[in-house]
Unconditional design. Structure first.
Ligand code: SF4
Length: 79
C-alpha cells in the first residue's frame, strides 16, 4: 500500500504514531517520519491512523493508479 502525509498540514498530534507505530513515528515533538510503502499487514492500522488524523493529512493509496504495482483490479468487481 502507498501512504503520503501532507506535511504542510500535519500538526504533529501523533495520533498516527500511536495507532500505527510501525508506519508512523514522531521525531522530536513535531517532526513526523513515516513509511511511504507500509506492508499490507499494516493496512487496518494505517487506515485507522488516517481516519484519526485531526487534519486529514494522511492519504492512503491515492497514488496507486499511477504505478505499475496495482494488485487486484477492484473496478472489475463493480456491477
Ligand atoms: S495524526 Fe495527522 S497531524 Fe498528527 S502527526 Fe499524524 S499526520 Fe500529523
Amino acid at each position: 500500500m502507498r501512504v503520503v502525509v501532507d506535511l504542510s498540514r500535519c500538526e504533529g498530534y501523533a495520533q498516527c504514531a500511536f495507532l500505527a507505530p510501525d508506519a508512523f513515528r514522531m521525531h522530536g515533538e513535531e517532526a513526523l517520519m513515516y513509511d511511504p510503502e507500509p506492508d499490507d499487514a499494516q493496512r487496518d492500522r494505517v487506515l485507522r491512523a488516517a481516519a484519526a488524523c485531526p487534519v486529514q493529512a494522511i492519504l492512503v493509496d491515492r497514488l496507486e493508479g499511477r504505478t505499475e504495482r496495482r494488485d487486484a483490479p477492484l473496478e472489475a468487481s463493480r456491477p
